[in-house]
Design a binder for this molecule. Structure first.
Ligand code: SIN
Length: 281
């Protein structure tokens, strides 16, 4: 079956057909998918009859498992977490703010895979914002302001014991495990070159970024707030609509993502793996 790649027509994203992900992939197919992933940043594979074994095999083919703190894996698996919301759940939506997964790590994941398990009949789209575009169309004045900044990342706002998903977060069906480890900090360039393509783009955003090295905190937060509204501007966004049986993979180094609601009264569940940082081979 030839692989067919149809761009979304939006700021990023493509739909990939002609491949059965319930079967082991040939090296040539893996290389084709990897090239499409780097070009389109978000790939959707519809109509897959995949289970958790297939999700794990797919993740291993693209670089192995990332390290997933603050989530308990689903029973019987070490590397799969459930993004879940019950039909009657009242807690605030999980991951409703722009972010790049685990950007507070020293070696954050290259990508993330989400497999549709239970998809509501409407709502629950995932939004992606292309951060290469957000950088490339920025004015030269702003580019020179941001180009050499070092961002300070931390998981403390969401995952510390007193954070968004800490002790005060009750009634959530997802198995989130806040801890003191969330207070650690990690610097990363604000506008790194993508390790595989060399293309520059903003990496992560306010939330996981809590400050800028050498900058007064008030000034840093004002800059990051201003930047965040730019990073998520509509012209950089791809809105992904889920279908049952769909696998999605995205490049955490080139896009931000966030969850949306609009499916009250319906259950939603996705199985998630992260793809380890690229080792350069
Ligand atoms: C996530 O940020 O991993 C979840 C995205 C979603 O639920 O759409």
């Amino acid at each position: 079956m030839p692989l067919r790649i149809e761009p979304s027509g939006q700021a990023c994203g493509a739909r990939v057909t002609g491949v059965d992900l319930a079967q082991p992939l040939e090296p040539a197919t893996i290389a084709q998918i990897r090239a499409a992933w780097l070009e389109h940043h978000v790939l959707a594979f519809p109509d897959q009859a995949m289970g958790d074994d297939d999700l794990e095999r797919f993740t291993l083919a693209f670089g192995g498992f990332g390290e997933d703190p603050f989530f308990a894996p689903i029973p019987g698996r070490q590397h799969i977490a459930a993004i879940r919301r019950e039909a009657d759940e009242q807690s605030p939506l999980f991951a409703e703010n722009w972010h790049a997964d685990w950007s507070f790590q020293a070696h954050p994941p290259a990508g993330t895979c989400l497999l549709a398990i239970d998809i509501p009949p409407h709502g629950g789209d995932t939004l992606f914002a292309n951060q290469h575009l957000a950088w490339e169309v920025l004015s030269p004045e702003k580019q020179s302001r941001y180009a050499d900044l070092i961002a300070i990342h931390s998981a403390r706002l969401p995952y510390a014991p007193d954070g968004t998903y800490g002790a005060k977060d009750t009634g959530r069906s997802m198995d989130i495990r806040p801890s003191e480890a969330a207070f650690a900090v990690q610097p990363h360039p604000l506008v790194p070159a993508h390790p595989e393509t060399g293309r520059r783009g903003f990496y992560s955003t306010l939330g996981y970024i809590i400050g800028i090295e050498g900058m007064d905190q008030g000034e840093a937060v004002a800059l990051l707030m201003d930047l965040q509204s730019w990073q998520g501007d509509d012209r950089f966004v791809y809105r992904h609509a889920w279908e049952p049986g769909m696998l999605l993979m995205w490049d955490n180094r080139s896009v931000l993502h966030k969850a949306t609601g609009g499916y009250e009264g319906f259950r939603r569940e996705l199985h998630r793996t992260t793809i380890a940082a690229w080792s350069g081979s």
